[in-house]
Design a protein around this ligand. Structure first.
Ligand SMILES: Nc1ncnc2c1ncn2[C@@H]1O[C@H](COP(=O)(O)OP(=O)(O)O)[C@@H](O)[C@H]1O
Ligand SMILES: [Mg+2]
Length: 307
């Protein structure tokens, strides 16, 4: 893999694409070459996320660039620090917060962040009530996030009141720190796609400071089913065949009906967690429940109330 990377000096994309193929064939050919994949650790960290191909590719590019920078530095070539600030566009339950939290850990392991902690804030944490207070509050949050990730959900709420609103002061302060501290601080702004786009159009110059804009698409029913299976398995449960059918038809109905407020993977998590409670009640009085029964979520466990 080392020589592979050296041969592809010209561009990082090229390296990544080659590596992607490499990883796939390595998986099939032998355990040994798999262990040598430079992306093994990243694949492991991101394996809990169903789909999200764009994210996975991006993180590998970042890793490859970082490694390449180190090699180039050794060879006496210019090493350019990567700016890692990101924008996440996606509906609720598409994994934005979970991914941001995971990135803090991954960047720490890659040595891109010194602490790797994760701080989630909202408008009220940044915006004050009088002149000067906002800059101070925002600066304090940035300080707290130093060495880690500062995550601002519903970032457009900062632009709520237009020009006179103190939110503008928060944005300006953030922008200032993004430039000052881009070596050991990552800012991630997240929110609904349309609102994020509007927010960016109202704040020209902001978009260009975020080299990574990731779209978190709504999940297909089959991805949601995969997420459901995985969530059950993580808790050592399993959906019965009937339960899977029931959940799939629920998802088909719900995704067809709800355009905007469908909670995607969070909906699935709620179903699984509710099912686990129903299963507990159902089996509590059953003294001789087998291990298989203790694991299996049945049709009635996943059925929605009143259906
Ligand atoms: N691709 C995925 N694979 C597995 N679980 C996921 C995926 N996307 C989201 N989830 C799960 O769905 C739930 C909601 O995700 P969250 O990050 O809170 O979404 P958002 O911040 O976009 O509203 C979490 O439990 C998360 O682990
Ligand atoms: Mg969230």
């Amino acid at each position: 893999m080392e020589t592979q990377m050296m041969q592809n000096r010209n561009g990082k994309i090229n390296i990544v694409l080659n590596d992607k193929k490499e990883v796939k064939t390595a998986k099939r050919s032998s355990e040994h070459s798999m262990k040598n994949s430079p992306f093994m650790k990243i694949d492991q960290e991101l394996s809990s996320f169903v789909a999200m191909e764009e994210l996975k590719t991006t993180i590998k590019e970042i890793y490859a660039t970082m490694m390449m920078n180190a090699k180039r530095k050794q060879a006496g070539l210019k090493d350019t620090r990567q700016v890692l600030h990101m924008l996440f566009r996606g509906n609720p339950g598409t994994g934005k917060t979970t991914v941001a939290r995971k990135l803090a850990k991954i960047y720490f392991e890659m040595n891109l962040l010194s602490k790797g902690h994760f701080i989630e804030v909202e408008r009220a944490d940044l915006v004050g009530e009088y002149i000067g207070q906002t800059a101070q509050k925002t600066r304090a949050m940035v300080q707290k996030a130093m060495g880690g990730i500062l995550f601002i959900d519903e970032a457009y709420s900062l632009a709520r009141g237009g020009e006179k609103d103190f939110g503008k002061e928060a944005i300006d302060t953030l922008v200032k720190h993004m430039e000052d501290n881009h070596n050991d601080f990552v800012l991630i702004l997240a929110g609904y796609p349309n609102e994020m786009d509007r927010f960016l159009s109202l704040n020209p110059g902001l978009k260009s400071r975020f080299p990574f804009i990731l779209d978190f698409d709504d999940y297909s029913v089959s991805h949601l089913m995969e997420i459901a299976r995985q969530m059950a398995a993580e808790r050592e449960y399993k959906l019965s065949r009937e339960a899977e059918w029931e959940l799939r038809s629920q998802l088909l109905r719900t995704t067809a009906l709800t355009v905007r407020n469908f909670a995607n993977a969070r909906y699935v998590r709620n179903v699984i967690e509710t099912a686990i409670r129903k299963h507990a009640v159902r089996l509590l009085g059953k003294e001789d429940a087998t291990p298989a029964e203790l694991m299996e979520l049945s049709l009635e466990d996943v059925q929605a109330e009143g259906s």
